[in-house]
Design a protein around this ligand. Structure first.
Ligand code: PMP
Length: 406
């Protein structure tokens, strides 16, 4: 049974007034709120267990290690990784992609090619540009059409033996478009030996993830967008590749032996987890997965899809309102502008006065904004605790903003 009131009651932060109005939180693609079970798990770690992991002989250290490793196994199950050591704790998607781009440096040479898409977040653009600068490789970009849909013919023409990496997101954060990654992966496997990286920052909170079925080489996501604390994230990598590539950060935890002459690296996953990890956050990420699994992913998806359909239907009644990617298959996000109102933050400020939290601007996707020849959009994004009444409030708020600014 999907009990929305019960779910909402687990998020005390939602039960407050902002600017004298009940908070309507629709900025979930930026970060989701955290349920009590996640906050409790985090607090329990700091009030009862707090100790450094892995090297400690004392009881608290062992407890902390057990709890964090239990969380790693929950993540393993959540994404259906073959082994728990293929799950690396990071501080988020950005760190995950930077880790991959750095660790692959020795495998990339001049004139090799890296393919990304037009729909990427800056964190799936800049680390590859930096890799190109280090190695002389070239960046190629899958184009989009006026609906924001990726033009996969590009892959037929551009996937060759020169292609070394293909890195795309499963869901676009700016537009909510669900990309056909199954097709992208199939084409890549058929036409090249490229390493496939999937940015799952916007898909892990909404979808069932099965990295083995997907057959990607890497899958990265952020905990804070899926009900876990900030500063948590996951990098999944296939064992064979993780064993081959060099570590990103050097330091404690990631060595097997260290001398001034030579250092050897620890086994997986520790080779990629230098320094003291975010133990409390990583444990609470496990609690966030429990939260999602207790609701049931099917219920969560059905509710979020219904919210998106309803929001789109309502907003399109507003004359002069344009939804970007309107005709594309989307999840969790509606991104729009009002005709004649060029500055999205003006709309965002009026909505804020009404207690409605949305994001405005370029959403760290300037190439998409340039494609549509706009400075930014107003983005409302949904989580499992949002209601249809909140969408009605958004609808009225946008109409009011249009009247005030038009
Ligand atoms: N990729 C996508 C698709 C995202 O939505 C985000 C966050 N907006 C990121 C990458 C970066 O995630 P983080 O800031 O948590 O590292």
């Amino acid at each position: 049974m999907f009990d929305l009131q019960n779910i909402r009651s687990q998020f005390p932060i939602l039960n407050q007034q902002v600017n004298g109005k009940p908070l309507v939180y629709l900025d979930n693609a930026a970060t989701s709120q955290k349920p009590i079970s996640v906050l409790d798990s985090w607090q329990k770690y700091y009030t009862e267990i707090n100790a450094n992991v892995h090297r400690g002989i004392h009881t608290l250290s062992q407890l902390a290690t057990e709890e964090m490793e239990l969380s790693r196994r929950k993540v393993q199950k959540f994404i259906n990784a073959k082994n728990d050591f293929e799950v690396i704790f990071t501080k988020g998607t950005t760190e995950g992609i930077n880790l991959i781009a750095y660790s692959l440096t020795n495998f990339i040479k001049e004139n090799d090619e890296i393919i990304i898409s037009y729909l990427e977040h800056h964190s799936n653009i800049v680390p590859w540009q930096m890799l190109c600068e280090r190695t002389g490789a070239k960046l190629k970009v899958i184009p989009i059409d006026e609906n924001g849909i990726l033009q996969l013919d590009f892959l037929d023409e551009n996937l060759t033996e020169k292609t070394k990496i293909v890195s795309v997101n499963q869901v676009s954060n700016a537009l909510g478009i669900v990309n056909p990654i199954e097709e992208i992966i199939a084409k890549t496997r058929a036409n090249s030996d490229a390493i496939i990286v999937i940015d799952g920052a916007q898909s892990a909170p909404h979808f069932n993830i099965d990295v083995q079925k997907m057959d990607c080489d890497f899958f990265v996501f952020s905990g804070h967008k899926m009900y876990a604390p900030m500063g948590t994230g996951i990098l999944y990598g296939k064992e064979e590749i993780l064993r081959k590539i060099q570590p990103f950060h050097g330091g404690g935890e990631m060595i097997a032996t260290c001398s001034f002459e030579k250092t050897t690296y620890a086994d997986l996953p520790f080779k990629f987890e230098a320094g003291t990890p975010n133990v409390g956050g990583n444990i609470a990420l496990g609690a966030a997965i429990d939260f999602i699994e207790n609701i049931g992913q099917e219920h969560l998806q059905n509710h979020e899809n219904a919210l998106l359909d309803y929001a789109q239907k309502q907003l399109l009644q507003i004359e002069g309102l344009k939804i970007y990617g309107e005709k594309a298959h989307r999840t969790g996000v509606v991104s729009f502008n009002l005709e004649g109102i060029g500055i999205s933050s003006d709309v965002g400020m009026i909505l804020d006065k009404l207690g409605i939290a949305v994001r405005t601007g370029h959403h760290c996707t300037q190439p998409i904004m340039n494609f549509f020849n706009i400075a930014g959009t107003v983005r409302a994004s949904f989580a499992v605790y949002n209601t249809f009444e909140e969408i009605d409030i958004l609808f009225e708020g946008v109409k009011k903003a249009q009247k005030m600014l038009g």
